[in-house]
Design a protein around this ligand. Structure first.
Ligand code: NAD
Length: 488
């Protein structure tokens, strides 16, 4: 009786061709995946310019979400985000709707075949993908002042930082660097750094370090070989992952994975390069390396390895698209289609001068999702309130004169700041003041109730003052949990 060879089942994936150079590079990538024997079943959805034009402000049709929820794997070509108000970024919407909290971007130099000042560079940026200033909570508060809220959560920090450590462990990386600006943002970036130290302690085999992001960024741009894996909050990660990809050789070469607990999205890091569209010019490598990460994610390391090595071999042979072509280094300048054909011809080959990759088993993504620790909620007490006013009436002393009589039972005016700088009491006349004032009231006894705050606001309103918002001043487990005014 003939033995039955088990047929490996196909994995359904959702594919979007995007616009600009998107459709051409997606065609190239899918041709390579097909030739490599990827066990995938494709569901296509439409996203981007045409969908925006149909009136879907996020660039995606409602039915497309059903496919994404069903397959949970998204291979996405770049799209053009229309300029002007009313349109939302599809990337941000997708990341947040599907809970794709980790953005992983390997930035590798392929020297001497792709020109770079940093031939030994091999850095993976792990960027938090959902929080920080990208929460998208913005308000115009006064004539002169607009505000964007920077939100950092403990579960968000725990998830991304544990992901970075697990990623490092599984990929045999030796060191993780954390970038924050916690010398200035002591609570928000301070939390990210604190959680990095806490979780890092569980990984004694991995070297850990923290850099302030400004000098860290300078070091990354100058000496990227000093870094291995770098984990950071959203905004710094957004900027520095592009810098890292560019200095490794070209933004056209880097792929990216956006990983969540339930779904994952894979893409190139570059955009739709509309000026290059439709000319068979674009480099499909970024999207192809994104697809390699996808193949590992869906547990097809054999195909991932085959495709990645064929691609490395093609790069090594000097078969290059215009963006990485260099006289004297490259052998042939090819278009998108011809590049894909060269990769297909190399399937089964390995590079001889660049290091071949080996993917024995797919990174077990499920283990990367941090089981969040159950924490006992802290003992929270309100010890005061910051009342923010829109006021263009005069000097800080004049404002204090208006506020002093309003003090409600149990609350006393302690300080007024303007743009975070203390201007009353004992401010400096040199300090520039705008029409946005933070008036800090603190408890005369131990704690403050919500009713006391409401009473205070009533007095403020009756005095004709325009309050914009309040922030309660809290202590958690007896520890001050708000920042002091500069000069307080
Ligand atoms: P871009 O990355 O599209 O292009 C910048 C330049 O890089 C191009 O002019 C081109 O010279 C080069 N380039 C980029 N990708 C290349 C490739 N694969 N091969 C060869 N050269 C390549 O950035 P942009 O011009 O700032 O943005 C264009 C549009 O893309 C905008 O609408 C932007 O919002 C959007 N965008 C989309 C994504 C995404 O969908 N993930 C990401 C970034 C930007």
């Amino acid at each position: 009786m003939a033995t039955q060879v088990p047929v490996k089942t196909k994995t359904a994936i959702t594919v979007a061709r995007g616009d600009g150079i998107g459709p051409e590079i997606m065609d190239a990538v899918l041709a390579i995946l097909k030739a490599a024997g990827a066990r995938i079943e494709i569901e296509e959805i439409e996203i981007g310019e045409k969908v925006y034009e149909k009136g879907h402000s996020a660039g995606i049709e409602p039915e497309a979400w059903e496919s994404l929820r069903r397959t949970k794997v998204f291979l996405k070509a770049p799209i053009t985000t229309p300029q002007g108000g009313g349109f939302k970024s599809l990337n941000v919407t997708t990341r947040k709707t599907l809970g794709l909290y980790a953005n992983v971007r390997p930035c590798v130099a392929y020297s001497p075949f792709v020109d770079t000042k940093h031939p030994k560079m091999d850095v993976v940026i792990v960027r938090e993908n959902e929080e920080d200033l990208y929460a998208g909570i913005e308000h115009q508060q006064t004539d002169e002042v607009v505000q964007c809220l920077k939100l950092i959560t403990r579960p968000g920090c725990e998830r991304i930082i544990r992901y970075a450590f697990d990623y490092a462990k599984q990929n045999n990386r030796k060191k993780i660097t954390c970038f924050t600006k916690d010398n200035i943002m002591k609570l928000t970036d301070g939390l990210f750094h604190k959680v990095f130290d806490e979780i890092g302690a569980e990984y004694p085999e991995i070297e850990k370090e923290h850099w302030i992001v400004d000098i860290g960024a300078a070091k990354l741009a100058d000496t990227p070989e000093a870094f291995d894996v770098i984990v950071m909050p959203n905004l710094y990660g957004d900027i520095l992952s592009d810098v890292a990809a560019q200095i490794a050789g070209s933004v056209g070469l880097a792929g990216s994975a956006n990983i969540g607990e339930h779904c994952a999205m894979f893409e190139a890091i570059h955009g739709s390069a509309p000026r290059r569209a439709g000319q068979n010019l674009a480099n499909p490598s970024g999207l192809l390396l994104g697809a390699v990460m996808m193949l590992n994610h869906i547990n097809q390391p054999d195909i991932a390895e085959k495709v990645h090595n064929a691609w490395l071999k093609t790069i090594e042979e000097g078969i290059h698209t215009y963006d990485i072509y260099k006289d004297g280094v490259s052998k042939a300048k090819v278009g998108t289609r011809e590049f894909a054909e060269a990769v297909i011809a190399n399937l089964g080959e390995k590079p001889t001068r660049l290091n071949p990759v080996q993917y024995n088993e797919a990174a077990p993504q499920s283990s990367l999702h941090a089981t969040q620790r159950k924490r006992k909620p802290g003992q929270k007490t309100i010890v005061g309130v910051d009342v923010f006013l829109h006021w263009a009436g005069g000097s800080p002393e004049e404002l204090a004169e208006k506020l002093n009589p309003l003090q409600a039972d149990g609350l006393t005016l302690k300080m007024i700041t303007n743009r975070g700088v203390k201007v009353w009491p004992q401010g400096f006349p040199e300090t520039f003041c705008t029409d946005h004032w933070r008036c800090r009231f603190v408890a005369t006894s131990q704690t403050v109730t919500h009713t006391q705050i409401i009473d205070l606001l009533k007095h403020v309103a009756l005095a004709g003052l325009d309050f914009i918002k309040i922030e309660n001043l809290c202590a958690f487990d007896g520890e001050r949990s708000y920042s002091l005014g500069q000069g307080e």
